[in-house]
Design a protein around this ligand. Structure first.
Ligand SMILES: Cc1cc2nc3c(=O)[nH]c(=O)nc-3n(C[C@H](O)[C@H](O)[C@H](O)COP(=O)(O)OP(=O)(O)OC[C@H]3O[C@@H](n4cnc5c(N)ncnc54)[C@H](O)[C@@H]3O)c2cc1C
Length: 341
């Protein structure tokens, strides 16, 4: 069977990869480039959000993501992620209370007092922090490149063109729609309970590379280039254009300087912007059948890295459920052959 995936961000590439694990599937990706995934600041850990509450199914999400990260890294033959942990600095009284509570109730969240923070990061503002040893920093653009390469090696085809409607792809047996913020432009999706939030990030030159990602109100993450860091990110619910807007983006420097003062002198090399799509209520992403042979997988919000792998596999299982019944599948490792029953 031949399946079309519309959109080659985290959601689309994860779906594509999981499709290609089935020997009876051929897959074509339709993509026009851009999207939120290439702008992501690369934070992958179980405690996102203001209160650092553990996200649902975060351990499964993290483990599934690690498998894809390693797959992409192997395909690209370049480092794609760092596993040194993530530090959430508690600079406000509310953060101190929330983060400390998390450390008491969850063994994956470790409380560091001010002295411990300063011993590792002498230039930070005096504050305690929540250390998340399982935290990973992903080099987003490289990751997408590596994951696509891995898919390509498994036989995925790419069509660099915009799809306007599901009916453009009638020749396919099934469609998985992973068009990120453009999902709402498809007739079948326009009433889904999803909202858009623009995010901007700065690529800056820094004099000294930090050993891990620093997160508080805003964040500073290392990139694949030791001389550059990424500072993120804005959450703009009202915006007139998805494009970079320096007047808003440059505020990020002030914001992160509150917990890492050297940042106010960082040289900005580039401003990036993207649009997140998230459920109007809560944060659980959406997988839904929108047509007899089409499914949408979207709403990853700011947890794209945490959920893309786990849910990419789930959407593929949903899509293939009905088809698997019609095929006798011989595992690829034995013959690679497939017969229709
Ligand atoms: C500034 C910023 C920082 C972020 N930081 C993090 C972070 O640290 N950690 C984290 O987990 N998440 C982060 N996120 C969120 C994360 O980036 C998203 O959750 C994730 O990228 C969503 O992936 P997606 O595949 O659903 O959408 P997208 O990445 O937007 O991909 C959609 C793709 O579909 C294609 N497309 C769209 N319409 C069509 C069409 N009609 N035809 C063909 N192709 C089409 C686009 O070209 C694009 O490639 C951040 C987001 C932003 C904006």
């Amino acid at each position: 069977m031949h399946i079309a995936v519309i959109g080659g961000g985290l959601a689309g590439l994860s779906a594509l990869w999981h499709l290609l694990q089935h020997s009876f599937v051929q897959a074509t990706l339709f993509d026009i480039g851009g999207g939120a995934s290439s702008v992501s600041t690369g934070l992958l850990h179980p405690f996102p959000g203001k209160e650092a509450l553990r996200s649902l199914r975060s351990e499964e999400g993290l483990q599934a993501a690690k498998i894809l990260l390693k797959t992409a890294q192997e395909a690209l033959q370049k480092p794609i992620f760092e596993e040194g942990g993530i530090l959430r600095l508690a600079v406000t009284e509310i953060q101190k209370k929330d983060f400390h509570l998390r450390s008491v109730e969850d063994p994956d969240a470790i409380w560091w007092d001010e002295a411990k923070v300063l011993s590792l990061l002498p230039q930070t503002t005096l504050a305690p922090a929540l250390f998340v040893p399982k935290g990973i920093t992903v080099y987003s653009k490289r990751y997408l490149e590596g994951l696509w390469l891995a898919c390509q090696k498994k036989g995925a085809k790419l069509e660099k063109r915009e799809v306007y409607s599901l009916s453009d792809l009638k020749e396919f047996d099934a469609i998985i729609l992973t068009a990120g913020s453009s999902t709402l432009r498809f007739e079948e999706c326009k009433n889904l309970p999803l909202a858009l939030t623009k995010g901007q990030a700065l690529i800056c030159r820094w004099p000294e590379r930090l050993p891990l990602s620093l997160v508080s109100q805003g964040h500073i993450t290392p990139t694949e280039d030791p001389h550059l860091c990424q500072i993120g990110s804005t959450y703009e619910r009202k915006f007139s254009s998805p494009d970079p807007d320096p007047s808003k983006a440059l505020e990020l420097l002030q914001k992160v300087s509150l917990f890492y003062p050297p940042a106010k002198d960082f040289k900005v090399e580039e401003i990036r912007s993207g649009v997140r799509i998230a459920p109007k209520i809560g944060y659980q992403p959406l997988i839904q059948k929108i047509h007899p042979n089409a499914w949408v997988f979207t709403g990853l919000g700011s947890r794209g890295l945490l959920y893309h792998a786990l849910l990419g596999k789930k959407v593929v299982n949903e899509v293939l459920k009905k088809w698997k019944k019609n095929y006798h599948v011989i595992p690829r490792t034995i013959t690679g052959e497939v017969w229709r029953s």
